[in-house]
Structures are given as C-alpha cells and as structure tokens.
Write a protein that binds this ligand. Structure first.
Ligand code: NAD
Length: 384
C-alpha cells in the first residue's frame, strides 16, 4: 500500500483529553492522515471539531453509526482504512464492533469494553474478520519498557520472583466530578466508566505493564478497592497482591487520591540475578540492579540497546522522547500490521509489538476478578 493510511476518529471533540493526543501521535511518522470523524456526543461539537481540523465538512459526522455507514459506501481510494475509538469507556464496544463489521481496522482505547463478555465478542470478530485491532496501553510503547522486556526475556535477571507496580495519581483527591470537570464526571459514573473506577482507568495500565515487562500473566489477585472521597460511586484507590503464571508474585497499587502525584506509573522487577526499575515520568532511563556489581543506568537512544527497543526510537541520546512518541509507537506497529494485512491471512500482533484484542480480553478479566476479590472477605483475617 503505497500511500498514507486514512483514519476516522470516534470521540476526541474539542476539550477532550486523549483524542487530540491520538491525532498528534498518529501524525508523528507521517504515515497516517485523519480524513473523517464523529468527534463528540454533541453534534454541534463534532462539526466544530471537524472545522477546527480543516476536514471536508461532508466527512464530519454527528454519530459514529452515520460515519461507518457512509464511509463503507465510499470508493476504495477514498474511504477510511481504520477507525480510532477515543470515547469514554461505555462507548468503546459499539463503535469497535461496528467498525470491524464494516470492514475497518481499529485502534481502541482501554479498557476495551464494559465487560468480559463484550471483550470476547470483539475477540471473535477479530478472529473472524482477520482485521487488525490495537489497544492503546500506551506505556508499553516506551522504548525503555521494551528494553526492560528484552532484558528479562533474554534471561539477564534469571527467573522473575517479585514485581512491584505502582500507579499513583492525585488529580481525583477532591470531588472534581462535582465541579463539571468532563474527565472526572464520566470516570466516577458507573454507567460510563464501568464496574471499576481507578482500577479500570489506571489499574489496567499497571497490570498490562507488569505483564508486558515480565512476560508473565496475572492468574490470581487478592484485592482491596477503596473509595476515599465521600460520595464517590466507584473506587478511587486500589491495592492488591498478585500471582503470576511464572511463579512470581507481586504488588499492584493504583490510586487517584495520592495528593500531589502527577502520573507516577513505575515498576520494579526482581529476578534471581538482579532487578530493574522504570518510571514513566523519567521514561528514557532504565535502572538495572545486580546481585554482584554496582547499578547500571541504561538510557534511550544508544546503539547498545536491543533491536526491539531501537525499532521504536526516533532521536539520538539526550534528545528526549516521551508520551506522544510512546503513543506514536503503538500507531507505528499497528500501521505496519495494517499495511501487511491481506484478506484471509492472519496477522500476528507479536510480530509488530502492539497490544491487541487478547490484552483487551485479559484486561476485562482482570477488572472483573479484582472487583470480585474486593467484594469477598475470603482472604482477610481480622485482628482480635
Ligand atoms: P474525555 O471526556 O476527555 O473525551 C471524550 C470524548 O468522547 C468527548 O469529546 C465526548 O464528546 C466524546 N464522546 C462521548 N460519547 C461519544 C459518542 N457516542 N460518539 C462520539 N463521541 C463521543 O475522555 P478522555 O479522558 O479523553 O478518555 C477517553 C478514553 O481514553 C477513555 O476510555 C480513557 O480510559 C482513555 N484514556 C486512555 C489513556 C491512555 O494513556 N491510553 C489516557 C487517558 C484516557
């Protein structure tokens, strides 16, 4: 396919958070052009967003149903190749399903759906159609996260024993949802966010990061879901113990009431021979710790990195890449897969390195299991 891929967007209206991030990230490598969208729940806001992006007004739609219907009828040299779904959680499933049914590839925000059942429906559709679906677990797009994964995969740390993953944010320390803040309002409403608050919003990222870096899968949780801010209807603070299928155990903390914290996702992993540490707010540095020698500081951009990390780096050492580039790396891998797509031929996401529908299904199983565990007293023994 010797041209830019054509993207349509669902969500991402003026004033939204992640839609504009996706648009910038999709543009970084010059391989994608935004040609249409149904950008908002409010028709006039969708039209205003399209105008602000200088789109052809005839391709600015007021609903995602209209967008899929009209786009699929367009000639092949005009219609979109894929849809980017960047709406709140309760509007992930329907546009993703419709896009796949209309023959479009999809990039969708996490969590992939509202329930495990919905996630499995999407998985079946991906398997049936062979279309490419990527899930934006952004943090696995960082080159130093890919380096950490390669170091563990190559056995440098030995068998993995312990995983600590923390995701503290502070922005929901007060009842921001009562002030009309759009992002806080839907995130704290079970009808729009789902059965989990912080656990669905950021806990899923932490769990996905732990699994991606270690190569293990979480099989069991012992979880506490806590609601700190009075009157809030979903958890805003979660802690849990984890068991992985490779014998490792872990601790996961995801909280949005850690006052003063910004977006401090961080992970430490320890194996038989050493450990590693990565922090999202310092994404170009990876610290290695050894049983028998001093710590090492591994930095982005250098030729000593693995090919798997170097494939996703655009600038030399000391010229920092960040959040937008991590997002762009998911678009880069997805774009390659879409370019290689041939009807009837199965795409293997592992070959390209992007989070896929299986991550989405596993993420929903994670949220449902955490909620179940938190509602049970089985593992908790009261002090006398
Ligand atoms: P937001 O509230 O800022 O924006 C949501 C946008 O979707 C708004 O423009 C709204 O009008 C639009 N919308 C709602 N319903 C719609 C519909 N039916 N059709 C078309 N547009 C519709 O939300 P946000 O903070 O950008 O979050 C959006 C999604 O992105 C969430 O699922 C969230 O979990 C995810 N997210 C992911 C990351 C990440 O790092 N991967 C970061 C932030 C948010």
């Amino acid at each position: 396919m010797n041209r830019k891929l054509r993207m349509g967007m669902v969500g991402g209206g003026i004033g939204s958070f992640i839609g504009p991030v996706h648009r910038k990230a999709a543009g970084i490598d010059g391989e994608i052009e935004l040609v249409c969208g149904a950008f908002s729940i409010l028709p006039e806001e969708s039209i205003a967003t399209g105008a602000a992006l200088y789109l052809d007004p005839s391709r600015v739609y007021t609903t995602f149903q209209e967008m899929m219907e009209k786009e699929k009828k367009m000639p092949a040299d005009k219609r979109i190749d894929f849809v980017s779904v960047v709406t709140p959680n309760h509007v992930h499933f329907a546009p993703t399903k419709l896009a796949l049914e209309s023959g479009f590839h999809v990039i969708v925000e996490k969590p992939i759906a509202f329930s495990l059942k919905e996630a499995n429906t999407l998985k079946k559709l991906v398997e049936k159609t062979g279309l490419v679906l990527a899930l934006t677990h952004t943090y696995t797009g960082y080159p130093m996260v890919k380096e950490a994964r390669e170091l563990i995969r190559s056995g440098k740390l030995g068998a993995i024993r312990k995983v600590y993953v923390e995701y503290p944010q502070g922005w929901l320390s007060k009842a921001l949802e009562k002030t009309g803040n759009m992002q806080a309002s839907w995130r704290t409403d079970p009808k729009q966010s789902g059965m989990g608050g912080a656990i669905g919003d950021i806990g899923t990222h932490a769990a996905n990061l732990a699994e991606y870096v270690t190569g293990g899968k979480i099989t069991e949780v012992c979880a506490l879901l806590n609601t700190v801010v009075e009157g809030r209807r979903l958890d805003d603070d979660t802690s849990m113990l984890l068991r992985f299928n490779n014998g490792a155990t872990g601790v996961l903390i995801a909280t949005q009431v850690a006052a003063g914290e910004e977006n401090n996702l961080n992970i430490r992993v320890y194996g038989e021979k050493g450990g590693l540490e990565w922090k999202q707010e310092e994404p170009n540095t990876l610290i290695m710790k050894w049983l028998d020698r001093p710590k090492e500081v591994v930095r982005a951009g250098w030729t000593y990195l693995s090919a798997e990390a170097k494939n996703f780096i655009r600038t030399p050492p000391g010229h920092p890449e960040g959040y937008l580039e991590a997002f762009a790396n998911i678009y880069r891998a997805f774009t390659k897969a879409v370019r290689d797509y041939k009807p009837g031929k199965k795409v293997d996401p592992a070959k390209y390195d992007f989070p896929d529908v299986n991550d989405g299904v596993h993420g929903m199983a994670f949220v449902e299991t955490v909620v179940k565990s938190a509602g049970s007293n089985k593992k908790w023994i009261q002090l006398k």
